[in-house]
Design a protein around this ligand. Structure first.
Ligand code: ADP
Length: 228
């Protein structure tokens, strides 16, 4: 699903945000990316969404070599990936239903189809009774669940979550993580960037640790080494 092949990203000032990183994430995996601030996590997400291009190396996401996408194709590619961010990024003047429906609308799904697709997702995230609420009328946890429903409504093969629990209390953080696990169990590849080590340790998933732009550990490979 994701290949980073000797990827380096340096910024003009000479900072190496990523330095010769190799990562392979298979279809259907659940992977945490952890590391302290400045370790390159946001750069990694931006590269996967092709908001940035690497200085060198190759990135393949869902079978596409990102360096070969033209800008029009890049926009289309981005819409095929589900994304959840720390700050929810909901449309403040649209209700819950419309926030989720909008993701379908922009890819040209008919209103009739949208009416069929949105309610099951709102049920999944436990918000079917709040479909008419505006984001400002919801708690942080509820807003993040709307964002998750929106990220999933187009049935992406890959879900990227960038600090999805960064603004949530522990109870709501766990609810979001359990939902991400459920989504993964249904076949979606899930990549979660987080600082929340308590959750990472409890979930027992693959963990890739970054430090100053370098991958310093990967539990999948560490396990392989142990087995060898
Ligand atoms: P993280 O998300 O783990 O905090 P980042 O990917 O944001 O890490 O940053 C990695 C490194 O790249 C940091 O040293 C940061 O200062 C630098 N960096 C990030 N974005 C830029 C930018 N637009 N211009 C210059 N340096 C940047």
């Amino acid at each position: 699903m994701i290949t980073l092949d000797h990827v380096t990203k340096s910024y003009k000032e000479g900072t190496y945000a990523l330095n010769d990183v190799n990562i392979e994430i298979e279809d259907g995996e659940f992977v945490f990316i952890v590391g302290s601030s400045g370790s390159g996590k946001s750069t990694f997400i931006k590269l996967l969404l092709r908001e940035l291009q690497p200085t060198s190396g190759k990135i393949i996401v869902a079978g596409r070599d990102l360096s070969r996408l033209k800008s029009g194709q890049a926009a289309k590619f981005r819409r095929e990936i589900g994304c959840v961010f720390q700050d929810f990024r909901l449309l403040p003047d649209r209700n819950v239903y419309d926030n989720v429906a909008f993701a379908q609308h922009v890819i040209g799904v008919s209103k009739k189809e949208i009416r069929k697709n949105v309610p099951p997702l709102l049920t999944m995230v436990g918000l079917s009774e709040k479909y008419r609420s505006l984001p400002g009328e919801l708690s942080g946890g509820e807003q993040q669940r709307v964002a998750l429903a929106r990220a999933l409504v187009n049935k992406p093969k890959l879900l990227l979550a960038d600090e999805p629990t960064g603004n949530l209390d522990p109870g709501n953080s766990w609810e979001i993580m359990k939902l991400l696990e459920e989504v993964n169990n249904q076949g979606t590849t899930v990549v979660v960037v987080t600082h929340n080590l308590e959750i990472v340790n409890a979930m027992e998933k693959r963990v890739i640790t970054m430090k100053k732009g370098v991958k310093v550990s990967d539990t999948k490979q560490d396990n392989l080494i142990v087995r060898n």
